[in-house]
Design a protein around this ligand. Structure first.
Ligand SMILES: NC(=O)C1=CN([C@@H]2O[C@H](COP(=O)(O)OP(=O)(O)OC[C@H]3O[C@@H](n4cnc5c(N)ncnc54)[C@H](O)[C@@H]3O)[C@@H](O)[C@H]2O)C=CC1
Ligand SMILES: O=C(O)[C@@H]1CCC=N1
Length: 272
């Protein structure tokens, strides 16, 4: 299967690299075009055989899959660039939340899927959020989910839930890293070696995720099991709950407000 990637920033590079390391594609299957050519050239150097296209249209022409890995307000110019090369049998995969499937289907003649990745897909972990346009057949949907299962756990979601789902799946690693950094800082402030604190914190987070994901216990049950009656965890959890009360409600309110603003800007930028 041949695929073109437009945009080789954080996510474009992550997806090409993860797919290649997982063996889902061979380097010669992939063509990459990006505004800063050196980023695509760095990928070609790391994965010999990967093709660097000097123009977006050349990364779209004759590809079965075309990944759009640019920011929402860059869609207009990328779509203008590639539209003359698009054919109905091709599939565009958009990885950004505020550009809707309906907007894309109104502009391009091909099949459209929205797949929101996560930075943790770099380690072949975490979810990828799937939303399908009306032109994909069941076989297209299955093939796309099979492809992403090489680097993630594909989960289909309704498009109207993309904001909260992406907050958990895609923004979540940054939120958790922020909390972990504060935890490490606090441990280091007691005189503990920072590298050791970081190692212990990462092992703890990985183990916590693993035990919760296995269904062995719920987040609530886990807190109870660690909180020995009259012990230190229960006392500290009370302090933690006081300090973070409502924090994630405010976090989600912030992402939703910014998302609403992005939707308006994208809508204006994609108007004919
Ligand atoms: N960073 C993350 O963890 C996640 C990002 N996303 C989405 O992925 C999209 C890309 O994000 P990042 O990779 O983080 O951004 P980025 O800024 O690292 O990469 C964007 C790339 O697009 C290229 N570009 C811009 N205009 C272009 C044009 N006209 N033609 C060709 N290339 C062009 C830039 O040179 C840059 O390399 C965003 O829409 C974001 O919402 C989705 C899930 C997670
Ligand atoms: O910060 C952003 O806009 C993107 C969306 C999901 C993760 N990062």
């Amino acid at each position: 299967m041949k695929a073109g990637f437009i945009g080789a920033g954080s996510m474009g590079s992550l997806l090409t690299g993860s797919f290649l390391r997982a063996g889902a594609f061979s380097p010669s299957d992939l063509t990459v075009a990006t505004r800063t050519r050196s980023k695509a050239e760095a990928l070609a150097e790391r994965y010999p055989g990967l093709v660097v296209a000097p123009a977006n249209i050349l990364a779209a022409q004759d590809q079965e899959l075309i990944f759009l890995c640019v920011k929402p307000l860059d869609y207009r110019s990328v779509l203008d660039d590639i539209r003359p090369a698009l054919r109905p049998e091709q599939t565009i995969i958009s990885i950004t939340s505020p550009v809707t499937i309906a907007q894309l289907e109104a502009i391009v003649p091909c099949k459209v899927a929205k797949v929101i990745p996560s930075i943790v897909n770099e380690a072949c972990l975490g979810a990828s959020l799937f939303m399908f346009g009306s032109r994909l057949a069941a076989a297209d949907r299955e093939a796309l989910m099979r492809l992403f299962s090489a680097i993630s756990r594909p989960v289909e979601i309704p498009e109207q839930e993309v904001r909260a789902a992406s907050d958990l799946s895609s923004c979540g690693p940054a939120f958790m890293a922020c909390l972990l950094e504060q935890f490490i800082d606090a441990a280091a402030s007691t005189g503990m070696d920072r590298q050791l604190a970081t190692t212990l914190a990462c092992e703890m987070l990985f183990g916590t995720a693993h035990i919760l994901q296995s269904g062995f216990c719920s987040p609530e049950q886990l807190q109870k099991r660690v909180s020995v009656p009259g012990g230190i965890t229960a006392a500290a959890l009370e302090e933690l709950r006081r300090a973070t009360d409502g924090a994630f409600l405010r976090v989600l309110q912030t992402t939703h407000e910014k998302f609403a603003e992005d939707l308006r800007k994208v809508e204006r930028s994609l108007r004919p």
